[in-house]
Design a protein around this ligand. Sequence first.
Ligand SMILES: Nc1nc2c(ncn2[C@@H]2O[C@H](COP(=O)(O)OP(=O)(O)OP(=O)(O)O)[C@@H](O)[C@H]2O)c(=O)[nH]1
Ligand SMILES: [Zn+2]
Length: 287
Amino acid sequence: MADTAQITAAYGRHYTVRTDAGTVYTARTRSKRSDYACGDFVRITALNDSQAVIENVLPRQSLLYRQDAWKSKLIAANVGQIVIVTAAVPAPNEALLQRALIAAEAAAVPALIVANKTDLPQTAAWLARLSFYQSLGYALAAVCARDCADTLRPLLHGKTNILLGASGVGKSTLTNALLGSHAARTGELSAALASGKHTTTHAQLYDLDSATKLIDAPGLQAFGLHHLDIIDLPKYFPEMHPLLGQCRFHNCRHRAEPACALKTAAEHGHVRVERLALLQQLTEELS
Ligand SMILES: Nc1nc2c(ncn2[C@@H]2O[C@H](COP(=O)(O)OP(=O)(O)OP(=O)(O)O)[C@@H](O)[C@H]2O)c(=O)[nH]1
Ligand SMILES: [Zn+2]
């Protein structure tokens, strides 16, 4: 009998799914299909008490993925908020943050930037840098995951949240702090989580409360954006919105062209030179 379930963990072609009634199965796909993501709602056929087959995927509210020049990778589906976790230590990766913001814009999913490790003295300077992104309209929160993550709770409530960030910023520590002892821990990671030793190797969905879900995803080193169209790129920079369509050439690459509205704005200080440089770099990568 077919049933509806949500994918709570995706590792390669192996999945853990959970039905509305709360039954958890390990699941595989038919044939060699592997284009399912953590957070997907799927139709399954149970084989026995613990195993099921995924038949097909239900329509997605959102799909987050990254793509380099060779392959694309699904990160998660049906996410309502992308929580980009950063920290001053190890040295922050601002390029990764900016690319994650662009991926969020492209997927039309709101982003929340988190500065973790507020207990470290280096965090103040990092927060000052992050205030720029706040000025672009992104939500910003500071937290000490090692201490307690309660300041974050109201910002996550009622949504399916995904934690994205570089390795070592504290995503797993944050997940542990948020889950506490009340959460429904599903899947085989619970033992590793309880032991406190846990390196995330695949996306895993947890319930924070009946209305709130949290996906802990593997640390990102790079965030390929090859799935985007060059022509759309300026749309993903909020500060460039007033300038859309203002370049002389509709297919302007914002580099050598005359009468480029974005270059003019950067020259006059209305757009940060580094942001225009990022746009130009992405344009190059996608060419
Ligand atoms: N000082 C301080 N250290 C923290 C805090 N949160 C996490 N850490 C430390 O940062 C290191 C990395 O934390 P993890 O939670 O493993 O980081 P992660 O982002 O899950 O890393 P990956 O699993 O590799 O993606 C650990 O040594 C944590 O103890 C914090 O609020 N303050
Ligand atoms: Zn231009």
